[in-house]
Design a protein. Structure first.
Length: 172
């Protein structure tokens, strides 16, 4: 049974991969027609798969292909895809820690990578569903922490103490 489309996200259902032979694997990509008109932040994703599903990964690309494109995933695809978030196929959410988000630039195309490992004794059909939860960007959302440059000096008001000692040169 397909869950309802989330109010704050997208729901992408892949076409069925027919006859995944016993003892084999297949990894496919599906390019969705949708992408944000403005920059969007993905806070979490949920993925569901049929039996023998291994994972779903949500990517985006700015090198657009026809919507609905479905094919086996190639190394060339991976060079142009940008990671958003991944899930096992059992409906467990992948939530970014703290106030981190995965950013999608305006006009990007959503890509779902879906992988099946048939460890059974008969051929199976595989299908995936992925739900990236999207929200409008907030000023407090961070892609990643920015490291401070070692040459940058912090300002210290009179009476305060610096938390780190200043670097000194080493005589040779």
């Amino acid at each position: 049974m397909v869950p309802p489309v989330p109010a704050n996200g997208l729901q992408v259902i892949t076409p069925i991969f027919r006859d995944v032979a016993a003892g084999t694997e297949v990894e496919g990509v599906r390019l969705d027609r949708r992408g944000p008109a403005r920059r969007a932040d993905v806070r979490s994703t949920i993925g569901y798969q049929t039996d023998f599903g291994h994972h779903t990964i949500v990517y985006y690309t700015t090198q657009k292909l026809p919507a609905g494109t479905r094919r086996v995933c190639t190394d060339n695809d991976m060079a142009s895809f940008r990671y958003l978030a991944g899930n096992p196929g059992d409906g467990i959410a992948n939530v970014a820690p703290g106030n981190l988000v995965y950013k999608i630039p305006p006009g990007a195309q959503i890509v779902i990578n879906h992988h099946y490992l048939n460890s059974g004794t008969e051929a199976v059909d595989g299908q995936s569903l992925s739900e990236p939860r999207v929200r409008r960007p907030r000023p407090d959302s961070r892609r990643r922490a920015r490291p401070r440059s070692s040459t940058r000096r912090s300002r210290c008001r009179p009476g305060c103490r610096r938390s780190r000692p200043r670097a000194t040169s080493i005589a040779r």
